[in-house]
Design a protein around this ligand. Structure first.
Ligand SMILES: Cc1cc2nc3c(=O)[nH]c(=O)nc-3n(C[C@H](O)[C@H](O)[C@H](O)COP(=O)(O)OP(=O)(O)OC[C@H]3O[C@@H](n4cnc5c(N)ncnc54)[C@H](O)[C@@H]3O)c2cc1C
Length: 428
C-alpha cells in the first residue's frame, strides 16, 4: 500500500482481502488487482460513502480516482491498453469496492459491463471474420475514450416491461435512416443518468416504422449524454444504492451514427444467450456489502469500531451465536459465488446454469439477511446514521430486485430448470 493510502487510513490497519489469495488460490494478477481496488476503496471511497448516500448524488470524485489509478479500463483487453481482467478477476476486484461504497461498485459495474460485453465476452462469441473486423474498429473507438479521457459508460436496459428480463424485444427503437438511426424510447432505473458520458443502450432496430420488433434485432449502441433529444427525468430518492442516481432516460428522435455501435448487428442477442454468467456482474457489489456487514459486527462486538466507545459485547452467548450464523452464511455465499464465477464460460451446461441462478439468489438474499442479522446483533446504537451499518442494511435490500436475475426470477428458472429438460412439456 502506498504512503498516500496509509495516511488516509489514519493509522488504521488495511483490511484483509475478502478472498485470501493463498486460501482461494487466486492468480497473482487477481491478487494484485484486488489489493489495488481494496486499498483505493478503503482509503478514499469509504470516507465519502455517507455523504454520497445522504445526498443521493453520483460519486464523481471516485471516478476521477478510478481513472487516475488506471482502473476505468479494468476489463479492456490488454492489446488495447487496458488491464485485461476477465470476468472472474473483475468480479473479485469489484467486490472489494462494494465493501466500502455499494453505489460506487454498482455504477462501476454498469461502466465495466460495456467493456466486458465488447471485450472478453465478445471474443468468446461466434462472429464472422467480417463482424470480427468491424467489431475491432468499433470497440477501439470506445476504449480510447475510456482510457485516454476517463469517459464513463452506463448500461440502461430496463424499460419497465418484459424486455430487461429477456422475454420481449426492447421498446426503445432504432429506426434505420441515412448514416445512422433515429432512437426513441425510455429507460427506467438508468443508473448514472446525467453522469455517464455515454449510455450503452439496448434497443430494437427497425427497418421501417412499421417493422415488427424482434429480439433478434437487438442493437447495442452508445448514445452520448449530450446528444440532441436526450433528457433525464424524474427524481431519485430511494431506500438504498442512492448514489447510483438511477433516474429515467428519455430518447426523443435522437440521431446516432452507425459508428456508435458497441457490437455489430445481431451479436448482442447471441452474446447474451452464450454468456449467461454475465448477468452475475451485479453480484460483486453485494458480496462486498455482505462482507462489510460481517466485518462491522465483529469489530463492534469486540469494541473496536472507530467512532464508538471501546465497549466489548462479545462475551454474551447470544452474540456469539449470531456471529456464528453470519459467518456460516457468509462462507456459504462466498463459496458458491466463487465456484460459479470460476466456471463462467460461453455456453455453460445445465448444472452450471442452475448453480449460477442459485449463486445469484444466495448473494442477493444473503447479503440482506447478513445485514439484518448485523443490525439485530449489534443493537440500537449501531444503527444510528453516524455509523455505516444502516446504509449497508438499506443497500443490501436492492440486489434481489435487479433484472434480469431478480431473486424471484432465479427461483422461477431454478424450479423449472430442475424439473424439466429442454423442450419438455406436460402435454404428452
Ligand atoms: C439501485 C438500482 C439500480 C439499477 N440500475 C439499473 C441500470 O443501471 N440499468 C438497468 O437497466 N436497470 C437498472 N435497475 C433496474 C432493475 O434491473 C429493474 O429493472 C428495476 O428494479 C425494475 O424493477 P421492477 O420491480 O419495477 O420490475 P417489474 O418489471 O415490475 O417486475 C417486478 C418483479 O416481477 C418479476 N418479473 C419481472 N418480469 C418477469 C417475467 N417476465 N416473468 C416473471 N417474473 C417477472 C421480477 O421478480 C421483478 O422483480 C436498477 C435497479 C435498482 C434497484
Amino acid at each position: 500500500m502506498d504512503e498516500g493510502v496509509t495516511s488516509l487510513l489514519d493509522g488504521r490497519a488495511a483490511d484483509a482481502p475478502i478472498f485470501d489469495p493463498n486460501d482461494w488460490r487466486l492468480s497473482d494478477f487477481e491478487a494484485t488487482l484486488c489489493a489495488e481496488t481494496r486499498s483505493l476503496a478503503q482509503s478514499k471511497f469509504a470516507g465519502r460513502a455517507a455523504d454520497i448516500d445522504r445526498e443521493a448524488r453520483f460519486p464523481s470524485e471516485n471516478y476521477v480516482d478510478l481513472h487516475d489509478r488506471d482502473l476505468m479500463g479494468i476489463c479492456i483487453p490488454s492489446e488495447y491498453g487496458g488491464r485485461g481482467a476477465d470476468l472472474r478477476t473483475y468480479m473479485l476486484a469489484a467486490a472489494e469496492i462494494g465493501r466500502y461504497c455499494g453505489a460506487t461498485a454498482l455504477t462501476f459495474n454498469m461502466h465495466v459491463s460495456s467493456c466486458l460485453w465488447t471485450g472478453v465476452l465478445a471474443d468468446g462469441v461466434t462472429m464472422t471474420d467480417a463482424q470480427r473486423a468491424e467489431h475491432a474498429t468499433m470497440r477501439e473507438r470506445h476504449y480510447r475514450r475510456i482510457l485516454d479521457d476517463g469517459k464513463i459508460y452506463s448500461q440502461p436496459f430496463s424499460e419497465g416491461g418484459d424486455a430487461a428480463a429477456g422475454k420481449a424485444a426492447f421498446g426503445t427503437t432504432a429506426l434505420i435512416t441515412e448514416g445512422g438511426w433515429i432512437v426513441n424510447g425510455k429507460k427506467i432505473f438508468a443508473s448514472l443518468s446525467g453522469h455517464a458520458d455515454y449510455y450503452g443502450v439496448l434497443c430494437t432496430e427497425l427497418e421501417t416504422p412499421d417493422s415488427k420488433p424482434s429480439r433478434a434485432n437487438t442493437m447495442y449502441i452508445a448514445i452520448p449524454k449530450d446528444a440532441e433529444g436526450v433528457s433525464v427525468e424524474g427524481t431519485w430518492d430511494p431506500l438504498g444504492m442512492r448514489g447510483t442516481v438511477s433516474r429515467t432516460l428519455i430518447f426523443k428522435d435522437v440521431f446516432i451514427p452507425f459508428t456508435e455501435q458497441l457490437m455489430p448487428r445481431g451479436v448482442y442477442f447471441h452474446a447474451a444467450k452464450q454468456w449467461p454468467h454475465m448477468f452475475m456482474t451485479l453480484t460483486p457489489s453485494y458480496i462486498g456489502i455482505a462482507q462489510a456487514a460481517y466485518d462491522f459486527t465483529v469489530r463492534y462486538l469486540r469494541g473496536e469500531m472507530p467512532g464508538t466507545p471501546p465497549v466489548k459485547r462479545r462475551m454474551y452467548p447470544t452474540k456469539q451465536l449470531a456471529v456464528a450464523q453470519m459467518k456460516i452464511m457468509l462462507e456459504q455465499t462466498k463459496s458458491l459465488w466463487f465456484q460459479s464465477i470460476s466456471e463462467a464460460r460461453p455456453n455453460p451446461g445445465k448444472d452450471s446454469m442452475l448453480r449460477a441462478w442459485a449463486a445469484q439468489y444466495s448473494v442477493m438474499e444473503n447479503a440482506n439477511e447478513i445485514a439484518q442479522l448485523a443490525v439485530r446483533t449489534c443493537g440500537g446504537q449501531a444503527m444510528l446514521r453516524s455509523l455505516h451499518l444502516e446504509r449497508l442494511y438499506r443497500d443490501s435490500r436492492c440486489g434481489a430486485l435487479m433484472l434480469p436475475w431478480t431473486a424471484e426470477l432465479c427461483t422461477d428458472m431454478l424450479g423449472k430448470g430442475v424439473l424439466y429438460e429442454a423442450g419438455e412439456t406436460d402435454e404428452d
